[in-house]
Design a protein around this ligand. Structure first.
Ligand SMILES: [Fe+2]
Length: 261
């Protein structure tokens, strides 16, 4: 069985709103491993408004990751492979920030972008386009299900620009959120899944549970599609944008109609 990749996580200690203690970080990684996650991409928040230069942020992040790796080793913990990245909050001149490409997921052109939670204005689309055109990056929009002002037109506008959409595992597991997510799946508007875990309590690692739900209750092919995409991302390969192109069996439409009925 293909193991999982967690493409979105806050596990590094004392860096953002993730864990305060390194012991918690190790426990979270052990839990990821237990859930068959072979690689965790560490994506602490980067906010330009906090005025930390990229190089400083990267140095601190790398130091925390090294400390965590060594501490886990000393503890004899079995943990997944770690990759570095960031969750970068969009602003109007992201593409002009010195060293922005260093925030891409290690070894790839993919960069995890957090959108503002306000209405989505034209400058946001321009800023994302500039990342692609001027920085040669491939934006992945973090937890696409969480933005209150997003609509089909805006998603299509982003999707037309070689931008990908990630959902949190929670969006599959939560009954209310799931309704919206299933509609997005049906429209080929979901490409990746991550846990976005922050701690061991209310935002704990939960990737396997969501994959299992998708596999058993929604579509095994779609679950596999998401998982394969996360491996393609790690390998810096192009992600298949349209899940429906991936399905080998009868189109999923009938299946989704049954779900919505
Ligand atoms: Fe996050």
């Amino acid at each position: 069985m293909l193991k999982y990749v967690d493409v979105h996580s806050h596990i590094l200690p004392k860096l953002d709103d993730g864990p305060e203690h390194i012991e918690t970080s190790v426990k979270m990684l052990e839990e990821e491993y237990r859930q068959n996650v072979e690689t965790v991409i560490l994506t602490p928040h980067f906010k330009d408004a906090e005025h930390t230069p990229v190089d400083e942020f990267v140095a601190k992040r790398n130091q925390r990751a090294t400390e965590l790796w060594q501490f886990a080793k000393e503890q004899g913990a079995t943990i997944p492979t770690l990759r570095l990245g960031a969750e970068v909050l969009l602003n109007c001149d992201l593409s002009e920030i010195k060293g922005i490409e260093k925030l891409a997921i290690q070894g790839t052109r993919y960069i995890l972008i957090e959108m503002p939670y306000t209405a989505w204005y034209d400058w946001m689309f321009d800023s994302i386009y500039a990342l692609i055109a001027h920085c040669n990056l491939i934006p992945v929009i973090a937890h696409i299900e969480r933005y209150p002002h997003v609509d089909k037109k805006k998603l299509n506008k982003l999707s037309a620009m070689d931008v990908y959409f990630q959902i949190n595992a929670e969006a599959v597991l939560d009954k209310q959120m799931r309704k919206n997510v299933l509609k997005m799946i049906d429209k080929d508007a979901i490409h990746l899944m991550g846990s976005d875990c922050h701690n061991q309590s209310e935002r704990s690692p939960n990737l396997a549970e969501a994959y299992e739900y998708l596999d058993k209750k929604v579509s095994g092919e779609f679950a596999h599609y998401l998982n394969v995409n996360s491996h393609l991302l790690l390998d810096n390969e192009y992600i298949e944008k349209y899940a429906s192109n991936y399905y080998q069996t009868e189109p999923q439409k009938g299946l989704f109609k049954r779900i919505f009925r």
